[in-house]
Design a binder for this molecule. Sequence first.
Ligand SMILES: C[S@@+](CC[C@H](N)C(=O)[O-])C[C@H]1O[C@@H](n2cnc3c(N)ncnc32)[C@H](O)[C@@H]1O
Length: 481
Amino acid sequence: MRRGLLGQFLTPSPVASLMASFFKADWNEVRLLDAGAGAGALTAALVDRLCSAEKKPSRIAVDAYELDPILIAKLRRSLGNCRKQCESVGISFKANIFNRDFISNMLPLVRNDLLSNQSGAYNLAIVNPPYRKIHADSAERRLLRSVGIETSNLYSGFVALITKVLVQGGELVAITPRSFCNGPYFKPFRVAFLESMSLCRLHIFESRSAAFSRDDVLQENVICHAVKGEAQPGKVVISTSSGAPDSPIVERLAQFEDVVAPNDPERFIHLVTDRVQKLARTAMRLHTNRLEALGLSVSTGRVVDFRARGFLRDNPEDGTAPLIYPCHFNGGTVHWPKKESRKPNAIKIDDQTRGLLVPAGVYVLVKRFTAKEERRRIVACVFDPNLVPSDLVGFENHLNYFHLSGHGMPMELAEGLAAFLNSTMVDVYFRQFSGHTQVNATDLRALGFPSKDALIHLGREIKDRGMPQNTLDAFVEQGLI
Ligand SMILES: C[S@@+](CC[C@H](N)C(=O)[O-])C[C@H]1O[C@@H](n2cnc3c(N)ncnc32)[C@H](O)[C@@H]1O
């Protein structure tokens, strides 16, 4: 409960040390902010790093905010140890512990900053912010909005506030879920963050859970190092490690425009981690057509089954239309009806359901959710009306469907589009900016596509929808690159 409400996932010490190592930290006087300090692991790691640095600061002052009274005694002990460690190497150390809400306590400082245009208070900030959705009418959301921050998660709210109280040149190292890199709801956060902060480094853990092995962390995490007020660098360090203690770190330099594409209105942050991914990205760069340029759109299936419960039928009968779920996907096409399925196969056609159905035609369907074990994130298939005869059809909400102004598209275009979406090239590219297993219509809209002619040409080559991945990749590479 506490963990859920307060977003308490304490940082293991190897991860804290890794974060501390990312700072340039060449300030003589350090003013450090630790927001949501927990038991003080992050400050302790940074103090440890600064105490053993060749060029040590002369003074460290820490403001640590922690809402949970239960953690305060531990935090006090930990900061007490920091003081001893600092004093043993001649660094003066001062810590303020605030057992208060970070957000409301930061507002006066931020407002002052906004009014007087003065620089902020801290030159370093290290944070593993609490992670929890904040609803549009919640107190946190209102407080954040009052200083111009529009965001739907506590973690991005914390980070956005921190960026406002850093001095010019101040450094931030934050570990957060990677959903901010491409989540549609994080767009205002990304835009503001990339406007005020220069992205120096992104570190990705290859395993979902290794870094936080003691906790049940489902989201992939990313550590971000950024500096306030500087222009974006030419290159960003992208590093990865498995997340296990002492695991080797692989580092590479990526062009900033490979990480955040110039002119991308979404400001997606692409985590280009290795050569294969770089190749995939280069290949995708060749495909720059927006979906609209192909005359196509992608939408989320309109039948939300639990809302249409009274109209669902296990099996087709008179006056019903086929209802398609991901369970009907098989070998690149739709197999319907699926008698042994627990899902209904049909929906009654009625004045109340007609608006949820689409006219018969050829569509490309993409699963919105894939199991973690599934090889690809994007799983597409062709909906062929010859195999599912009916005048109307329902696509359930766990699917996205590509269409031509609400209608089907030519078969060859659909075959080419499905092959392209199912290719390893698209999958690798997609994973660079998506840390979760969900594939939203917004994500699909953000992809670059080959031209319509190229897709039709590819579609003509595809004779077998269920071909093995390597064969499909070879077709796509030959046809499109
Ligand atoms: C993800 S934990 C990280 C703790 C610690 N920094 C670490 O890395 O181990 C986030 C911490 O923020 C605290 N917290 C949650 N909401 C807060 C708020 N509004 N103000 C201050 N602290 C808060 C939680 O109690 C929790 O200890």
